[in-house]
Design a protein around this ligand. Structure first.
Ligand SMILES: CC(C)(COP(=O)(O)OP(=O)(O)OC[C@H]1O[C@@H](n2cnc3c(N)ncnc32)[C@H](O)[C@@H]1OP(=O)(O)O)[C@@H](O)C(=O)NCCC(=O)NCCS
Length: 272
């Protein structure tokens, strides 16, 4: 590459606090890299450990031909500089064993966990068996479904009480006398992408031990296919130490796809 990296400009393309982004632009307007920061949400990315206000999910990409020239570092500096207006924590989820791990360590990030990404393919699932799981008796509990667009992820537990309409999310819940005991959500791509993303299942601590997670997950997989027949597969993300959740995944036939490591960088707010 003949163009010196000093000719690269790092420019903001969005200063929306919900979706801040910067680009590294080479002469001629070629975009050599991009970085984004957005608030993490419990259902947005299943962060580890549980998300707190001020957590920002970092996404960073540098074009292969432009790597090891300091561009990733310059983009990170721009994002860090913006984040220092407040106390914040940057969270990066990177492929295990990738160069991004060295990059994170070089910039003072600390590894805080590992995640497994799994895939369930409908053609590997025996639908009659799935139906038996869904039909199994769970005395005292009732399954409900909700369909709509996922609004503010923090209000997801309220969704089963609101009316269903058409939308990109399907939520399945088990309730006991009107109390939400367990639920799982799947979000589909509106432009008929065949892979849905699933969050959960989450089981309320008062209702654990009754395999409600497996039940709502099986029912979600069944309902998802009815509502969005173009979906062929479901992707999930799980903390590697969440053995209970991994057990549910394996029981249903999810297969490991890839592993990522989660890094954090604490940012201490500037005093003004
Ligand atoms: C990770 C990534 C953004 C790094 O971008 P970059 O522009 O190459 O990074 P820099 O040139 O600023 O590298 C800074 C330091 O990180 C470390 N580093 C970066 N890439 C490395 C590699 N392939 N091997 C070892 N160390 C590496 C080095 O310490 C490097 O400093 P040095 O070149 O002086 O030794 C880039 O490889 C990429 O886009 N990867 C794919 C997307 C991705 O994984 N994103 C997640 C990022 S959090």
């Amino acid at each position: 590459m003949s163009v010196s990296e000093s000719l690269i400009d790092v420019v903001p393309v969005s200063d929306d606090p919900g979706d801040a982004r910067w680009q590294a632009v080479a002469p001629g307007g070629f975009v050599a890299g991009v970085i984004g920061l957005r608030p993490t949400t419990p259902f947005g990315s299943d962060p580890l450990p549980p998300t707190t206000p001020g957590d920002l999910e970092l996404s960073l990409y540098v074009e292969p031909g432009w790597r090891r020239r300091g561009i990733g570092s310059r983009l990170l500096a721009a994002a860090r500089n913006a984040a220092t207006r407040n106390e914040a924590r940057l969270i990066a989820d990177v492929e295990a064993g990738s160069p991004a791990e060295a990059f994170c360590r070089r910039h003072g990030f600390r590894r805080i966990g590992s995640r497994r990404h799994d895939l369930l393919t409908y053609c590997d699932v025996h639908l009659a068996w799935l139906g038996e799981l869904v039909d199994a008796e769970h005395p005292g509990y009732r399954l409900t479904h909700w369909v709509g667009d996922l609004p503010d992820a923090r209000g997801v537990e309220e969704l089963p009480r609101s009316p269903s309409r058409s939308g990109n999310a399907v939520l399945t819940a088990a309730d006991a006398d009107g109390d939400l005991a367990a639920y799982a959500v799947a979000v589909v791509d509106p432009v008929s992408h065949p892979r849905a993303r699933q969050y959960g299942p989450a089981v309320h601590p008062d209702h654990r031990g009754g395999r409600l997670g497996l039940w709502v997950n099986a029912a979600l997989a069944q309902r998802l296919r009815e509502v969005h027949p173009h979906v062929d597969e479901i992707e999930t993300t799980t903390a590697e130490d969440d053995l209970g959740l991994l057990d549910v995944r394996e029981h249903l036939g999810f297969r490991p796809l890839r592993r990522t490591h989660v890094y954090e960088l604490a940012i201490h707010g500037r005093r003004t």
